[in-house]
Design a protein around this ligand. Sequence first.
Ligand code: PNS
Length: 161
Amino acid sequence: MHRVLVPGTFDPITLGHLDVIRRASGMFDEVVVGVAASTNKRGGTLFTLNERIDLAREVTAEFENVEVMGFDNLLVDFAASIDVTAVVKGLRATTDFEYEFQMAMLNFRLAPELETFFVMSSPDYMYVSSSIAKELASMHGSTEGIVPPLVGEALAKRLGK
Ligand code: PNS
């Protein structure tokens, strides 16, 4: 039985995140999408933890082996508490690599038994990020192809002037 964790801030969840979750759900028995409180993120988050969890739940509802949970502790501690054996993260480009490499090394030091897998982003989502979705929405740009429609509506509601 392989149960894995796909962690992130998901502020908000994008089609790039969904692609990683969909591929993880095809490869592993159970997938937990872990939404980090990320309270120390610079500038804070646009959506509250509960809002980010709700959006992630709604857009992953179609995957039977995916569940969404929030966490506000260390990733390695959360992973141990929910019995996952590995973390799955998406990699878009070399710009992601340095940060993800640092996190993977740190997590390895803290919990060597917890494996980290990287999934290369599909070329369609290489440039997609929560930040560009927020910037587009704040300037009335279309977020089609960047976030699921439901998330686009939530962004427009929160940021549309
Ligand atoms: O979507 P993000 O912001 O790239 O996700 C980063 C995340 C949430 C995976 C990372 O910040 C994280 O693991 N947060 C939990 C706290 C933790 O373990 N931090 C690492 C040691 S300081």
